[in-house]
Design a protein. Structure first.
Length: 171
């Protein structure tokens, strides 16, 4: 269920934006929110941390951050935002990415990465200080790896998913 949080309804007049607050959430809470609201992904298998964003009506979104899926990027100083999910509340996604960067920087990470489907605007990522690194070609699924364990990770496959890599680095 998506709740409006930027218009009053009948008159179409803009209402004050809700006050968004970053809150701690557990991995289980974040995965449950993703299961309910994400259009095509489930929760993650684990994470280093999860954060939520809430307003006066309750939880509006979550982010899960963990080790980079690509072992080539897993240098111990890079963290990946593996999943974000909101109920459509404006600015919730960029608030989550910003919070993830603050946590990452406080923990000593030097780089934060994430991926979007090719063609997504990346507005919330740019608002959180991230930059587009490069477009990646389509491959079998989000879970495809360079090893022969693909069938264990995503037996159904998502099929031909082109991605865009984004990052933010410590200055």
């Amino acid at each position: 269920m998506t709740r409006d949080c930027d218009i009053t309804g009948r008159t179409g007049e803009l209402a004050a934006q809700p006050q968004l607050t970053i809150i701690p959430v557990t991995w289980k809470q974040a995965c449950a929110f993703v299961e309910e609201h994400h259009r095509h992904h489930a929760g993650t298998r684990g994470c280093k941390w999860a954060v939520g964003v809430a307003d006066e009506t309750g939880l509006r979104g979550v982010a899960l951050a963990g080790r980079p899926v690509s072992r080539h990027l897993d240098d111990g100083l890079t963290v990946e935002v593996n999943r974000t999910c909101t109920d459509g509340c404006p600015n919730a996604n960029s608030a989550l990415y910003g919070a993830c960067w603050r946590v990452a920087a406080a923990m000593g990470y030097r780089r934060m990465i994430t991926y979007t489907e090719a063609g997504e605007s990346g507005a919330s990522l740019r608002a959180a200080g991230m930059r587009k690194v490069r477009d990646l070609p389509a491959r079998g699924s989000w879970a495809d790896a360079s090893v022969a364990l693909k069938h264990l990770r995503d037996p159904a496959g998502a099929g031909n998913v082109a991605r865009t890599l984004w990052d933010r680095e410590a200055s």
